[in-house]
Design a protein around this ligand. Structure first.
Ligand code: UD1
Length: 436
């Protein structure tokens, strides 16, 4: 079977400017949210990534008219959607397909979805989503890998939901289910990530009444109907953070444009602790790599803490920092699978449960490695950019779930990276480089 991967020749410091795309985790909530709108949602700054492509296909199957106005602007018209079976094979591939539960319950009073897919970081239950849907008046059951939900009396009703665990997905899903419900919904212990605020702003611009997003108490006053409108997705915090770390790790100098510096503060502060220079501008950050990186410790936490989605990239940087660094994963049970790949590149990295201990080495060396998941894949790209010699990364389809034009953007910063097809597993030297 043909395989697709990236080939990187490391050692070139990244230099120049890169423009950050729209936030994946906001966009993947807005596409299902469009199901709640009677009319045309024009969404600008939509990232071109496989997760958004799949969700746009799923809403099209429900009857939405989807039309790209230009590369990053899409019109979604859900005036004539109806409840029906959706492409379950696509749903299984992405995490954010769980937003269809809240959005379909809100629009149709009934939903049928698969258990969500996405990256495997250990157990990723959806009990808090279900708790929320049940509180708002739905019966929910999981049978044969499907999640069935239906509003007991055909419509959702506002209620109070306390989340036992701070969950981005459950917070967003409950907002989606509550927007057209009767009465008021209160979410306590809500997540505070920037994309939750962005989703609330999107819904409010279409006539919803969502208050308190960005705090741990969100109130949603149900409205009769949402109307069409135009909204621009915020820049992607994690894509920006990935280029920041890549610039720092390669000892380069990169101006990262179209960002909200406030969302990058925890990443900027950590990078400064390693000796990296980070300068903040109104909608850009300039990152200048240090000749000697210092160790630091990282603990991932819900926003405004250090994001778990930046943990693998930061780990790569620390493999080259002098001294011993400790990373503690505060969100997931098993998010260090990439450590085994970094070992192949000469890193001194050791995992004990939710803690990873890294002793800095002088250089990484290129090797054949796998992208274990989306962010771990991005981390392997950074490792390849820093390493001596050639790194070949397989399973990069994970990376393309969340990074728009990763290869192109890195090339324009001077990286020696190509996307290639390997025609046959037993024929490793043969490669077909993809143009662009
Ligand atoms: C979202 C992001 C993902 C990011 C994560 C944490 C999207 C599409 N994905 O994922 O990139 O890594 O936030 O910032 O936005 N949990 C439960 N029960 C639930 C829900 C979650 O126990 O019902 C647990 C999870 O297993 C995890 C923690 O809560 O340990 C946080 O998960 P959550 O914030 O829900 O992550 P996602 O929404 O899946």
């Amino acid at each position: 079977m043909e395989r697709y991967g990236y080939v990187i020749n490391g050692g070139t410091p990244l230099k120049g400017e890169v423009v950050i795309s729209g936030a994946k985790n906001a966009a993947v909530a807005m596409i299902p949210a469009a199901l709640l709108v009677d009319g045309v949602c024009r969404i600008e700054n939509m990232p071109h990534i496989s997760d958004t492509d799949m969700l746009l296909t799923i809403v099209s199957e429900l009857g939405a008219k989807v039309r790209f106005v230009n590369r990053s602007t899409v019109d979604i018209d859900c005036t004539h959607v109806s409840f029906r079976d959706t492409p379950f094979d696509l749903m299984r591939k992405i995490r954010a397909s769980y937003y269809l539960i809240g959005a379909m319950l809100g629009r149709f009073g009934v939903s049928k979805t698969t258990m969500p897919g996405g990256c495997n970081f250990g157990e990723r239950p959806i009990d808090q989503h279900i708790k929320g849907m049940e509180a708002l008046g739905a019966d929910v059951s999981i049978q044969h890998g499907f999640v069935y939900a239906s509003a007991r009396d055909g419509k959702m009703h506002g209620s109070k939901v306390y989340l036992d665990k701070v969950s981005v997905g459950a917070t967003i899903n409950i907002i989606l289910a509550a927007v057209l419900a009767s009465g008021r919904t209160i979410i306590e212990n809500a997540a505070r990530e920037p994309h939750i605020v962005d989703l609330a702003n999107f819904l409010n611009s279409m006539g919803a009444d969502v208050r308190g997003a960005g705090t741990d108490t969100i109130k949603i006053y149900g409205v009769e109907k949402l109307h069409g409108g135009t909204y621009a997705v915020i820049p992607d915090q994690i894509e920006a953070g990935t280029y920041m770390v890549a610039a720092a790790a390669t000892g380069g100098e990169v101006l990262i444009k179209n960002v909200i510096p406030k969302h990058l503060e925890c990443i900027s502060d950590k990078l400064r602790e390693t000796g990296t220079i980070v300068q903040k501008y109104e909608d850009a950050v300039l990152v200048k790599g240090a000749s000697n990186l210092h160790k630091t410790n990282v603990k991932t936490m819900p926003y405004p803490g250090f994001p778990t989605d930046m943990q693998p990239q930061m780990a790569v940087l620390l493999t080259m920092a002098s001294g011993t660094s400790v990373i503690t994963e505060g969100i997931y049970d098993n998010r260090f699978k990439y450590a085994q790949e970094l070992l192949k590149m000469g890193a001194d990295i050791h995992v004990e449960g939710k803690v990873c201990i890294i002793s800095g080495v002088k250089t990484l060396t290129g090797a054949p490695v796998m992208a274990c998941d989306l962010r771990a894949g991005a981390a392997m790209v950074i490792a390849g950019l820093c390493a001596e010699g050639e790194t070949v990364i397989e399973d990069v389809h994970y990376i393309e779930r969340g990074y728009e034009d990763f290869v192109g953007k890195l090339k324009r910063l001077g990286a020696d990276i190509s996307a290639v097809w390997f025609p046959d597993r037993d024929d490793a030297p043969a490669r077909i480089t993809i143009a662009g």
